[in-house]
Design a protein around this ligand. Structure first.
Ligand SMILES: Nc1ncnc2c1ncn2[C@@H]1O[C@H](COP(=O)(O)OP(=O)(O)OP(=O)(O)O)[C@@H](O)[C@H]1O
Ligand code: NI
Length: 331
């Protein structure tokens, strides 16, 4: 499915600096499976995103990051059930019907750099043609302005001009990624969701893409950046949200997270300590199945600090959902 809207008109204005661009509360997503099994992909996520802010959403593969983003765009499959609220400019994205999502949300209020760009590009059309169509739909540009705007969009995402006449199957993963980023920036949506926007790029291009996304945020847009790449997160983010088994377990300022005093949730500490440039010590054990979550804290089975208290689910208090938040001890 294309994530760009299909009708003409100007992009919505950016909200005032004192209004959140996105206000998510109690967002949960369940997948109903055959045999009555339910997968708890996202549970009770609450956060706000402000104009000009980048929030990096990090966590191991399968913890629910992409499902959270898909829920905001109404892109979940039919067996998904959502609960909670996600307000953008007064509209609850979780309650909006498909027509509203297609006409006013995707590409306009909320842009998406999808996790699998190749699957989101139209296979039978060149990158130039897709960019021009998106520019026409989302900005109303016509005639010669169209070509120039499409080329400028490509340039912003470091997509080489001499590859614009290629078809998606003629692109490497990294080039498809950049084409998807270019498409996502066109509508100038107040909120941009970037799901692993640097996958398949070498370090220079990671930095270039991240810096372009940072400029996009600095221009007043809100950016939710989903990534495995903690170095990229450190480079771009104002705040960091750590997800574990479908829940946000830590939500804190990026400098405090990556520097001093460091994360307070033992899982978040473990994520950082697993980095080669840090302790290079992986967290022992595996995350639980989202179809069979334990009662209580989902991290307890892997946590050296776990006690009987961890048999209940900890609330997110002061940015950490843990019964034993770690106090700063780093040297
Ligand atoms: N359509 C679906 N039906 C059932 N389960 C699903 C569906 N889509 C996703 N899931 C499950 O939801 C969980 C969260 O998936 P999600 O794609 O959000 O993970 P992620 O954090 O984005 O991982 P990655 O970093 O690998 O992209 C996974 O356990 C996944 O198997
Ligand atoms: Ni994902």
């Amino acid at each position: 499915m294309t994530t760009q809207a299909r009708t003409g008109g100007a992009a919505p204005r950016l909200p005032a600096p004192d209004e959140p661009v996105l206000d998510v509360s109690g967002l949960s997503v369940r997948f109903r499976m055959r045999g009555g099994r339910r997968i708890a992909a996202v549970t009770d996520a609450s956060f706000r995103l402000w104009p000009g802010e980048c929030l990096a959403l990090v966590g191991e593969s399968g913890c629910g990051k992409s499902v959270l983003a898909s829920a905001l765009l109404g892109l979940l499959p039919a067996n998904a059930q959502t609960a909670g609220r996600a307000l953008v400019g007064g509209l609850d994205l979780l309650a909006a019907d498909e027509r509203t999502l297609a006409r006013t949300v995707r590409g306009r209020r909320v842009g998406l750099v999808p996790q699998s760009p190749a699957a989101h590009l139209t296979p039978v059309r060149t990158v130039r043609s897709q960019l021009q169509e998106t520019v026409r739909e989302l900005t109303g540009a016509r005639g010669s302005g169209l070509r120039a705007k499409a080329e400028a969009a490509a340039e912003r995402a470091a997509f080489p001009a001499d590859h614009l006449d290629r078809y998606p199957h003629q692109l490497s993963g990294g080039l498809a990624q950049r084409a998807a980023t270019a498409l996502a920036l066109v509508g100038d949506a107040p909120l941009l969701l970037a799901d692993e926007p640097t996958t398949g790029l070498d370090r220079d291009l990671v930095d270039r893409t991240v810096d372009e996304l940072r400029r996009h945020a600095d221009a007043g847009h809100a950016l939710l950046m989903i990534t495995h790449d903690l170095a990229a997160a450190e480079r771009i983010a104002d705040r960091v949200a750590v997800m574990y088994a479908g829940r946000i377990v830590e939500l804190t300022d990026a400098p405090a997270f990556f520097g001093e005093p460091g994360p307070r949730h033992p899982y978040a500490r473990g994520l950082l300590d697993a980095l080669p440039e840090r302790a290079f010590t992986p967290i022992p054990g595996m995350p639980p199945e989202l179809g069979a979550l334990p009662a209580g804290c989902a991290f307890a089975a892997r946590c050296e600090h776990a006690t009987a208290a961890c048999k209940t689910v900890p609330a997110l208090l002061d940015g950490t959902a843990c019964h034993h938040p770690q106090e700063p001890t780093r040297a």
